[in-house]
Design a protein. Sequence first.
Length: 479
Amino acid sequence: MAAARPIADTPEAKEVAQLVARSRAAQAQIAHYTQEQVDRLIRGMVWAVAQPGVAEEIAQQTVDESQLGNYDGKFMKISRKTRAALIDILDDKSVGVIEELPERNIIKIAKPVGVIGALSPSTNPEATPVIKSIAAVKGRNSIIIAPHPRAKITNKIICDHMRAALVKLGAPADLVIPIETPSVEKTNEVMKQCDRVLATGGGPMVLAAYSSGTPALGVGVGNAVITVDDTADLDDAAEKIRISKTFDYAASCSSDNSVVLFDKIYDQMLAKLQAQGGFVVEGENKRKLQEPIWKDGALNTAIVAQPADKIAAMAGIDLPEGKLFFIVPETGFGPDAPFSGEKLSVTMALYRAKDIDDAIRITNGIQAYQGQGHSAGIYSTSDANIMKLSEETFTSRVMVNQPQAPSNSGNLWNGMRQTFSLGCGSWGGNATNNNISWRDLINETWVSKPLKVTKVIPSDEELFGKDIMQTVGSRELVS
């Protein structure tokens, strides 16, 4: 629990203070729960929202309220993603001794943080509250969820289902509390008054989280760049790019925003992307498409996570039947090439690269503009190309031969942690690179016992080596 701070004399601050007090009281009741008790709670929380009948209602409610994405994507997230997130943490030990390092004679003990303040975005409002809540409770914390106003009813419905499940399992409902009428002021107060902030949302809210005075875990801007080299299975790559680009109408920040094709397979791969539903936009159509996507230099929220036909109508483009996403050939990156930035829509830029070095150059150029530290992908059977791209790009995660959007945040086919909170490291202005999970929402006490054999400092010759001693041994100083 963080040290108490003065509460501002505003209605929002006082309202949030009451919620935090309720949340602290609930957390205190499970602070000494056993692992079995904790895991029983998170099972119940997921079943409450993911069970047949309820999941369908939540998926439809999410689409109806947010007007973002589509039913199939929302249902997949609330039904499948929440189950996968539960599987991912269920067998983890989060109570008592959670790790031992015999070589250092150190034992690590898990302790709750207290009250987690969580932000839930409009793009993933169906599964984000669930995944963040089970991560919090796994660490014996409570959580207060501040939703985007565009999904406040969805958030309350989901939280109410989890609250009812907690009560039925003998735990306090207030382990999960929704902000029912959200506002910027209330969200800021949640972040100021809680013990740790878990921020997923737009840049301004993540910045506010870091400025709240409370330890915060934030995420960076997405702008995934995907490379397809000349060793890839092109049919597999084209299908997976389409899956990733169109899933939930590209609501995810991990969607394929740019695809880089090697020269040798450019024409062949482009044809396969077109066969998967891609529509090439060039010349006058490129100008037309750009107009509704950006307004006054900023991404237009009206096109975010919308179907291709709706965006085409806004742009005045005649979209042929069966076309699901836009392919915009591009050569540049930066403010003068807006299609190189994050688009949060079924629109992707397409680049041509000579080889892996050129693909790395393009990837780094794009992500220096937007998305540095977030993620990249590659379709390849060349370990040399895979490792070179991974080593020479400034990215926290590289998905290999996988659909980017459903893979970055963890899926059944890979070992990534299941989450919707993706750390982007110092490249993206974050404190961590990892997929944020329950381990980030606990405190750890390190118990250190004396080593059986005390370490000995070796002789200078062994430690430094004669060459270092002779080369650096001069007493001359450099000013």
